[in-house]
Write a protein that binds this ligand. Structure first.
Ligand code: ATP
Ligand code: MG
Length: 248
């Protein structure tokens, strides 16, 4: 090997998720106006923004529920933008949608089986054991109808369903909505266990405080644009953050 080749930088490991200049919308409405962000492998990245900033639209676009009009979405360097949602799920993206979207009459177990339909049959038992160990609260209620669970338990079922696809990247849309701070904390406490398996978690949040507490990188979204980004500790100390968040 020549000295030059030896000194050449090695190709960097790609980020878990890269969103590059994505424009997306619904019908004639353009909502995401060229969004770019990076989620590191094994990281928790928070997307912060007020009502209507575009957080849900961004997560839905990454999940393949909405096709980007332009721009790229890369999962470990592989372009996935524009693929159908079930193919995006197969590629390794799990999605916990806004409002959880559970079927109220279906049981906890049924929801877990729904997620399992997208994973390899021979891995189902192992994945089921893993999610039930992560959330013992729902393991004790497998036969209970989802509509009769508490908000926190419903959130756990929505996460468990997404984890059954064994994702490399887990998108979580506003896990704290409608939940008591103590319940939110107990859900956030499970994230390091996912990270320890190399999973990356982009999550949408309205609350700056709770978003900063859980993430290692933060983006602030307003009117479909990223207006600020950085490490949570730096942003929390920056007086411009609230203005960026609220606009004006
Ligand atoms: N199906 C739709 N039809 C028309 N407009 C929509 C639709 N979905 C979203 N929008 C608009 O797109 C913008 C972004 O909405 P989005 O739901 O992505 O925001 P958000 O940041 O998730 O807000 P929230 O914190 O309230 O969940 C809003 O102005 C919203 O009204
Ligand atoms: Mg939303």
């Amino acid at each position: 090997m020549s000295a030059t080749a030896a000194a050449a930088p090695r190709a960097e490991r790609p980020a878990a998720l890269e969103v590059e200049n994505v424009v997306a919308g619904i019908g004639p409405l353009t909502i995401l106006q060229g969004v770019s962000l990076t989620v590191d492998a094994g990281g928790v990245t928070v997307l912060l923004g007020a009502n209507g900033a575009g957080k849900t639209t961004l997560l839905r676009t990454v999940a393949g529920l909405l096709a980007p009009r332009s721009g790229r979405i890369l999962l470990y360097g592989e372009p996935i933008g524009g693929r159908a949602a079930h193919l995006v799920a197969r590629a390794g993206i799990g999605h916990v949608p806004s409002g959880r979207e559970l079927f109220s009459r279906m049981s906890v177990s049924d929801h877990i089986e729904l997620g399992a339909r997208l994973c390899e049959p021979k891995r189902r038992a192992e994945l089921r054991d893993r999610v039930l160990t992560l959330f013992p609260e729902i393991a004790a209620r497998l036969r209970q109808a989802a509509g009769t669970l508490s908000g926190g338990e419903q959130m756990m079922v929505a996460i468990a369903r997404a984890l059954m696809t064994d994702p490399r990247v887990l998108l979580i849309d506003e896990p704290s909505t409608g939940l008591a701070p103590k319940v939110v904390l107990s859900i956030f406490r499970t994230l390091p266990q996912l990270q320890s398996r190399g999973m990356s978690v982009p999550l949408a949040e309205q609350s700056l405080r709770s978003g900063f507490s859980v993430a290692d990188r933060a983006y602030i979204l307003r009117d479909g644009r990223i207006v600020m980004s950085g490490r949570p500790a730096e942003l929390a100390a920056d007086a411009g953050v609230v203005k960026a968040y609220l606009g004006g």
